[in-house]
Write a protein that binds this ligand. Structure first.
Ligand SMILES: Cc1ncc(COP(=O)(O)O)c(C=O)c1O
Length: 424
């Protein structure tokens, strides 16, 4: 074809770290600590609900309501109404999507216009940048920064902060939205009430929307508390709160997500939905609605999955942090999510010239080397920032600790071998 094949909005967004590193992991039969999914069983009540959804009622094999299966939107409205202290209309303020990815895509497509600026906080979940661009928007970046002095002590994700003046300077008359992700992937930072208030006040002052990606809201450690920005005064009116059943019930393959917000915003997301996918699978929505109904009954109870899960995962986090330190990596203690970022500066000093393509960031070269030589897969943190900031993030790699005991044991075996080689 002599005409340009691809639409211009796809230019410059064709690279994707998941495709590249998942393929490398498979080719090398390495222990995959890269992509974020659990390799252990989801809760029995969720898989049983799915079994029931497949066998109980033949009509669950058919389309359901386009904007969300009625029992699911109802329980989401009840559950999140309680959390956000908001009267949520299940039919107008809730939309079910294909994963949180779907919710994010609808938010950008429905509300970001040609030339609008969207503030992204680095490091960020990588799809925010291409989704802004595909909608015709312009990403504007602001970085979370580690503490200035490094006295060799353990650093936590809490120690990484936004500079309030720098953040304020990013809001302009063209700013349409800011994307926040708490707990944050890849850093694991859980934004404090003060940090959320700072962002909320800027949104209100400059009349800006907030896309709040809260997919890891139940995965919070060290007695930290997750706060939804929509629960702060004056923020429900300008916030879209995005969640994922995949992360909530450890069923990432089900791809059920949702977005909650005021009807004057949601009606535009419904327009995108009705003109693109229109329906999401019925049976998984039914299973997610049963799972949420159980959690609503057990709200705050020790038997609640949302109470038990973080306790279990925190042990896996601590296990991985201890193991990585044995070879000289310095993990940043994450207060939330499935992930931790590990500082690889000491390796960069010892082996600065790893092979790679021209301009390839150090973390990416390091991981390719690590996969081939040490049999471990992680994801480069430079994939989670703008090209201008790559040099500030290329000393970190991201590991996923949402893994079963045998995967963690396989990791330990590889790290022990690595340690022996370092000592030889
Ligand atoms: C921060 C964040 N948002 C959204 C998603 C997408 O979630 P889903 O699998 O429900 O589409 C992910 C998945 O890794 C994520 O880490």
């Amino acid at each position: 074809m002599s005409k340009q094949v691809q639409a211009r909005r796809l230019e410059g967004i064709d690279k994707n770290p998941w495709v590249e590193f998942s393929q490398l992991a498979n080719e090398n039969e390495a222990v995959n600590l890269g992509q974020g999914f659990p390799d252990f069983a989801p809760p029995e009540f969720s898989t049983e609900a799915f079994r029931q959804a497949v066998t109980r009622d033949i009509m669950l094999n058919q389309y359901t309501r386009g904007y969300g299966h009625p029992p699911l939107v109802k329980v989401l409205a009840q559950f999140f109404g309680k959390l956000l202290k908001q009267d949520i209309d299940p039919l107008k303020d809730v939309l079910v999507t294909v994963g949180a990815y779907g919710a994010l895509f609808y938010a950008f497509q429905a509300l970001v216009d040609e030339g609008d600026e969207v503030i992204l906080i680095e490091p960020y979940f990588d799809c925010y940048e291409p989704m802004t661009k595909m909608a015709g928007g312009r990403p504007v970046f602001v970085s979370l920064k580690p503490p200035p002095s490094d006295d060799g002590k353990m650093i936590s994700s809490d120690d990484w902060k936004l500079d309030p003046d720098e953040l304020a300077s990013k809001f302009t008359p063209r700013t349409k939205a800011i994307v926040i992700n708490s707990p944050n992937n890849p850093l694991g930072k859980v934004f404090s009430k003060e940090e959320l208030e700072l962002i909320a006040n800027l949104c209100k002052k400059h009349d800006v929307l907030c896309f709040s990606d809260e997919v890891y809201q139940w995965l919070v450690y060290d007695e930290k508390k997750h706060i939804s920005i929509a629960s702060l005064p004056g923020m429900w009116e300008r916030t879209l709160t995005i969640g994922s059943a995949g992360k909530t019930f450890s069923v990432t393959g089900w791809k059920v997500g949702w977005v909650l917000g005021p009807n004057y915003l949601m009606k535009h997301l419904r327009t995108v939905h009705q003109n693109s996918l229109y329906h999401c699978p019925t049976q998984t929505q039914e299973a997610v609605s049963s799972s949420f109904s159980r959690e609503l009954r057990l709200f705050g109870d020790p038997d609640s999955y949302f109470v038990q899960l973080p306790k279990d995962v925190q042990k896996r986090r601590d296990h991985m942090m201890n193991s990585l330190q044995t070879i000289g990596m310095r993990p940043i203690v994450p207060q939330g999510t499935y992930f931790l970022m590990a500082d690889i500066s000491s390796f960069k000093k010892k082996m600065p010239n790893l092979p790679g393509s021209e301009g390839e960031a150090y973390d990416s070269r390091f991981i390719k080397w690590m996969i081939k030589n040490k049999g471990l897969v992680a994801i480069p943190v430079s994939a989670f920032c703008s090209s201008e900031q790559k040099e500030h993030f290329e000393n970190y790699i991201r590991f996923c600790f949402m893994k079963n005991d045998s995967t963690l044991k396989a990791m330990d075996d590889k790290l022990q071998q690595w340690k022996k080689e370092l000592e030889a």
